[in-house]
Design a binder for this molecule. Structure first.
Ligand SMILES: C[S@@+](CC[C@H](N)C(=O)[O-])C[C@H]1O[C@@H](n2cnc3c(N)ncnc32)[C@H](O)[C@@H]1O
Length: 194
């Protein structure tokens, strides 16, 4: 299935490398705001956080999605799903995903309001209701992310986001999958087993 966010990321990388490599971050990762003198493309076209708000805050890859599918024999519960991009990608692979967000229409500004798939209205407390499912947290805010981990009674938690923002209860991942990163970011996927 198409992964337009990954395609946009690759396009941004190629664009910045070809037009003005000085714009690339120290690890060769592209900046969210294009530094190209000619067009200053992504920043001007979509606003600094435009891609994050349109798609998701972290970029899914085949390996990341297959890893979630492989550790979720009874399906996934995603809380804080935002616009539903990760849930959409997983459902496209046949994974049974329950997805919730208190603001799936993005009125608070976290997402653009685009809906990639159905996301129900609900918050982190849903984690207490579905212990059989793998709990998926994609770029949770620290406070509710930690509360979701506390509420969850199941076995497997997948954390997607920056290491420094990970809920403190999740210290020793059983598996790590590196993700494409915007310059300055440290996003990765971690599988935690209890
Ligand atoms: C940084 S955004 C990440 C959204 C999405 N997971 C992504 O990666 O694009 C944080 C999300 O947390 C949601 N949120 C805020 N309070 C929440 C809560 N108490 N429980 C669950 N989600 C919450 C926001 O509405 C927002 O969609």
């Amino acid at each position: 299935m198409d992964n337009p966010y990954l395609a946009a990321y690759r396009a941004a990388t190629a664009h910045q490398r070809d037009h003005d490599p000085r714009g690339l971050g120290p690890d060769g990762a592209p900046w969210l705001s294009c530094m190209c003198d000619d067009c200053r493309g992504l920043a001007r076209q979509r606003g600094f956080y435009g891609l994050l708000r349109e798609y998701a805050w972290s970029i899914p890859t085949d390996t990341a999605l297959d890893t979630i599918a492989g550790c979720s024999p009874h399906g996934v519960l995603e809380v804080g799903a935002g616009a539903g991009y990760w849930a959409w990608q997983l459902r496209g692979r046949g994974v049974d995903v329950l997805a919730f967000d208190p603001d799936p229409h993005g009125r608070a500004g976290w997402s653009s309001g685009r809906r990639w798939t159905g996301v129900g209205v609900g918050d982190h407390t849903a984690a207490a209701q579905h212990p059989g499912r793998t709990l998926l947290l994609c770029r949770p805010e620290p406070e509710w992310g930690a509360a979701a981990v506390d509420a969850y009674r199941g076995r497997t938690i997948v954390y997607v986001g920056q290491v420094a923002e990970r809920p403190a209860q999740l210290s020793s991942p059983a598996r790590v999958v590196e993700l494409p990163r915007w310059a300055g970011a440290t996003d990765r996927l971690e599988v935690h087993e209890r």
